[in-house]
Ligand binder design. Structure first.
Ligand SMILES: Nc1ncnc2c1ncn2[C@@H]1O[C@H](COP(=O)(O)OP(=O)(O)OP(=O)(O)O)[C@@H](O)[C@H]1O
Ligand SMILES: [Mg+2]
Length: 453
């Protein structure tokens, strides 16, 4: 293996026996020969080839059950491959799924020593680092308590504190960070960056597209045990999203498309990054419309609350030229629009909208008039089209939209119709982005040099 390779996996297969009934496991143990099979094989990994160079930070994304954790476990040696080879070069510190690593009966302190020695540190080396580990974990008196009394957050704090303080050559993290609170997560990301800057290799499974784009040099997409795509984090994350929101009948075609993109080698180039920008048709023409409309991106959480005499129809996002899109350029101007047909008469009618994060935080929206100030009257059979022009001043990621119509009746202002999560949009990654956080306030930073006196 060449010296700049940290991890090399070749032709890797991993299968698990699946027993239909619990007693089949016993029957298998009693079976006279290898011909008698009481199980079927489930392929958790199939023919995975994968190389991580020294000093690289590589993210692994994929749907639940796609084989991410299995791949990490095989790399860390806690699972044996069924077929294929795994070469790992250097000291590996791993944070695998919760439960691995610590002995619940022993105290935090005892576990730090056991874990440290498993990772190849001498007692003296652990002595020298213990205070740093305890300080990073920051679990107070609990360090002297048995680990079985820990909350899952405390557990992961200690595990992470050990993993990053043993100065690993290779740090492997499986989703573990999502367990800690936000302050701790930020502390961990800062430390991962420091470890990476010191030249270590980091392999990292995450469902957070933001973390992968922020932290990783490269990413891979696992799907049904297969390594479906590899390339720049943005390329891989955009393919992952495509797959995640694919309607069942299109999933296979989308999968094949991703596979052939990667095979065609557009995954690492800057052209590959922005493959959402333009779809090149066979004759070489660019069909820009399709590129900004991901038909698979349909919210699965839509709720219609009220429908009292008015109906919201055809909610959609359009470009200023009126073309339907849902993949937006950061900072670009768009129009969110829907039609409302009135079955009953209504007075003081207002139309509204709201943009929210995946976690439901309301980022911002607007109504067509201030509360109590609308003079719009609707009569039965009439329809209106509400249009909300906005700028996508948002971090790359997925967002959801609401739509609502209100009017005045004897009770005061009421909803005539209201749809939650009726549309979703994705803001594309932006290499030039200097804004941080979710909302881009268009901050204009500048730097002045101050002369020393
Ligand atoms: N010990 C096991 N026995 C049988 N099947 C297993 C075993 N371990 C994993 N699997 C199966 O292998 C597949 C891949 O699992 P794996 O845990 O690697 O997925 P994952 O990508 O990490 O998913 P998640 O995002 O939910 O963590 C799943 O279908 C899982 O049910
Ligand atoms: Mg997993």
């Amino acid at each position: 293996m060449s010296s700049d390779v940290a991890i090399r996996v070749e032709g890797l297969f991993k299968s698990f026996p699946i027993y239909e009934k619990p007693h089949h496991r016993l029957m298998q143990m009693l079976a006279p020969g290898p011909r008698e099979r009481w199980y079927r094989e489930f392929q958790a990994l199939r023919d995975v080839d994968f190389t991580v160079r020294r000093g690289e930070t590589v993210g692994i994304v994929g749907r639940n059950g796609s084989g991410k954790s299995t791949l990490l476990q095989v790399i860390c040696g806690t699972l044996a491959p069924t077929k294929g080879t795994v070469d790992v070069h250097g000291r590996v510190a791993a944070l695998l799924e919760l439960g691995a690593g610590f002995n619940p009966e022993f105290t935090g302190r005892e576990n730090v020593y056991m874990n440290g020695s498993v990772l190849g540190l001498s007692r003296a080396e652990i002595d020298a680092r213990f205070d740093d580990i305890a300080a990073f974990a920051d679990i107070g008196e609990f360090i002297e308590q048995p680990v079985k009394s820990y909350s899952s957050g405390m557990y992961i704090r200690l595990a992470f504190a050990v993993a990053i303080n043993v100065t690993p050559d290779i740090l492997v993290i499986d989703e573990a960070l999502s367990v800690g609170d936000e302050a701790f997560q930020r502390k961990c990301f800062a430390r991962i960056n420091a470890i990476r800057d010191a030249g270590a290799t980091v392999l990292f499974v995450s469902h957070s597209a933001g973390s992968v784009i922020q932290l990783c040099d490269r990413a891979v997409l696992m799907d049904r045990g297969e390594l479906l795509a590899h390339g720049t984090p943005k390329f891989v994350v955009s393919r992952y999203h495509k797959l995640l929101y694919a309607p069942a009948e299109k999933a296979m075609a989308i999968r094949e498309g991703i596979r052939s993109d990667t095979a065609a080698g557009i995954s690492g180039s800057s052209a590959g990054d922005d493959a959402t920008d333009a779809v090149v048709t066979q004759d070489g023409a660019v069909a820009v419309d399709a590129a900004y409309l991901d038909e698979g991106m349909v919210p699965q959480s839509t709720v219609r609350y009220q429908s009292r005499g008015a109906t919201i129809e055809h909610p959609r996002i359009e470009t200023l030229q009126g073309r339907r899109v849902n993949v937006l350029k950061p900072g670009g101007e768009y129009i969110y629009t829907y039609r409302v047909s009135f079955q009953d008469a209504a007075v003081a009618v207002r139309f509204g909208m709201m943009i929210k994060t995946v976690t439901g935080i309301e980022l911002g929206g607007a109504a067509t008039a201030p509360q109590g100030a609308s003079e719009l009257v609707a009569i039965p059979g009439q329809a209106f089209v509400a249009r909300f022009r906005f700028r996508a001043m948002l971090a790359p990621g997925v967002y959801f939209l609401n739509a609502g119509v209100t009017a005045h009746d004897v009770e005061g202002e009421i909803y005539l119709d209201r749809l939650i999560d009726v549309e979703m949009l994705r803001v594309m990654p932006d290499e030039q982005r200097v804004a941080t956080g979710i909302v881009d306030f268009h901050v204009l930073p500048d730097i002045a040099v101050e002369m020393m006196t």
